[in-house]
Write a protein that binds this ligand. Structure first.
Ligand code: TRP
Length: 473
């Protein structure tokens, strides 16, 4: 084999190291089988041991034959992907399947774990709360290391929540509420600190926006986030453009991450090219840093060892796969994750709801009339073309956007099941199903608008002020 010098290993990424260990293991086995000279076997074993050590240093974990490090495996996402033609990255979600992205395949590809019945039961047992309907209905469907978080909680050790939002426009849509509604529930049942990052810097880099506009959108979005009911004594909300300039702890962690990720790696993970601006290339470090408690010394009293749990839509996973790869190398715990499905566009689950297409979204600023018109006009229907056919063959809930939205927002399980049966059998017509959705969303949006009206600039400022929260560390 080519002579690999020990000093060369640090230039290898975890996947390359894994391959080297595997190859060297095979070499040792075949030397032994051939009854090669003892010297030769000893030398090969030495090399194997140091390769394993380098692997452990790089990943924080022991080498396990047959399980390559998942965090750094590039996502085979490009067109012509043999797995099918779903495309998922932080900026694009596209599939040709009207039922939406194949989430089981995504779990395989991303190397995460399914949120199964056992995990949901464990959450219920430990917290004493009925699992949120987002868990019961598979809306949060995938995780990394959630069992570790539950162990931590059972051992009465602290953890914290981290989530975020890219403020690309002033108006948020109903899909944007999903992670925040769920995060609020997690914060209530576990009683832990929460940090919320607004990546106004990211939106400035990626979109045609001025810095001032991006920051202004962040402030407007923060009002919608606060309106979800977060407690100011337990929650810190920050804009990158503002907080980065205030916090050496945050910036130091950004630099640590930057030192441990190469251009090659971010190209592999995010698909950056040589002509992307350097702001984009280094941005992932800024989304990674809030995963480490020392980015918030005022909250965690300078502790570096508090683990973090990140609820997010699965398109954000590439950022956190990178973060989890880096964490052990800079001496921090890996963040755990809970992943949600995407919120489908009104036109169908082939893509997610996007605030830049007004017809694809129900905005939090929409009037009852706008909600009604958009749903009636644009919500993709799984119903049949004529009433006669519909009555005879029934509708298809799997592709029907109104039904999908009800599964997000109608909390009553029995009612949802009745609707499903009635629609599938043909007893319930598309117009009637749409009416149920309209009657669910109109009060939900109106209540949100009421709550948002109460949020003053003073309150926003309070949430954004770095300070100790109601937890002692
Ligand atoms: N990049 C995310 C977006 O564009 C925002 C974000 C930052 C985020 N940190 C996060 C989302 C943590 C979920 C969890 O929306």
């Amino acid at each position: 084999m080519a002579n690999v010098q020990i000093g060369d290993f640090c230039s290898l990424n975890p996947l390359e190291l894994f391959q080297q260990v595997t190859a060297q293991g095979e070499k040792v086995r075949s030397l032994k089988a051939e009854k090669a000279a003892k010297d030769e076997i000893d030398a090969a074993v030495q090399l194997l041991l140091s390769l394993k050590l380098s692997y452990k240093t790089a990943t924080g974990e022991d080498y396990k034959a047959g399980s390559p490090p998942t965090e750094f495996a590039p996502i085979s996402n490009g067109p012509g992907d043999a797995e099918g033609d779903d495309f998922v990255d932080p900026w694009t979600v596209q599939t040709s399947n009207a039922k939406g992205v194949d989430y089981d395949k995504l779990i395989d590809r991303f190397g995460s774990s399914k949120i199964d019945k056992d995990l949901i039961n464990r959450i219920e047992r430990i917290t004493g709360h009925k699992p949120h309907h987002f868990l019961r209905r598979g809306i949060f469907f995938s995780h990394r290391d959630m069992n570790q978080i539950l162990d931590t909680y059972e051992n009465k050790k602290p953890f914290y929540l981290y989530t975020g939002r890219g403020p690309s426009s002033e108006a948020m849509h109903v899909g944007h509420l999903i992670p925040f509604i769920f995060t609020k529930w997690l914060q209530d049942v576990f009683n832990v600190p929460l940090v919320v990052q607004l990546t106004d810097d990211e939106k400035y880099l990626w979109k045609d926006l001025t810095i001032e506009k991006a920051y202004q959108y962040a402030i407007e979005n923060i009002k919608d986030i606060i309106a979800c009911g977060f407690d100011v004594n337990k929650t810190f909300i920050f804009s990158d453009l503002h907080y980065l300039g205030l916090s050496p702890g945050f910036y130091k962690n950004i630099v640590k991450v930057q030192k441990h990720v190469t251009f090659n790696q971010v190209k592999g993970i995010f698909g950056f090219t040589d002509s992307d601006c350097i702001g984009k290339i280094s941005f992932p470090a800024i989304q990674a840093a809030p995963s480490f408690s020392s980015s918030f010394p005022h909250i965690f009293n300078n502790r570096e060892d508090i683990q973090c749990l990140i609820p997010c839509a699965i398109d954000q996973d590439p950022y956190f796969r990178m973060t989890r790869d880096v964490a052990p190398r800079i001496g921090y715990p890996k963040p755990a994750l809970l992943h949600s499905v995407f919120f489908p566009a009104l036109q169908g689950a082939q893509t997610k709801m996007s605030a830049s297409d007004p017809n694809s979204s129900i905005f939090l600023t929409d009037t009852p009339k706008q909600i009604k018109t958009k749903i009636n006009k644009h919500a993709f229907s799984g119903g049949k073309d004529t009433i006669e056919e519909h009555r005879k063959y029934g509708g298809n809930c799997e592709v029907d956007v109104s039904y999908m939205y009800l599964s997000f927002f109608l909390e009553d399980d029995d009612k949802l099941e009745q609707i499903k049966q009635a629609y599938t059998s043909g007893a319930l017509l598309t117009g009637e199903l749409k009416k149920m959705l309209i009657e669910t969303l109109q009060p939900l949006v109106a209540t949100h608008q009421q709550r948002r009206k109460q949020i003053t600039d003073e309150m926003v400022k309070e949430f954004m002020t770095p300070r100790k929260l109601a937890f002692d560390f």
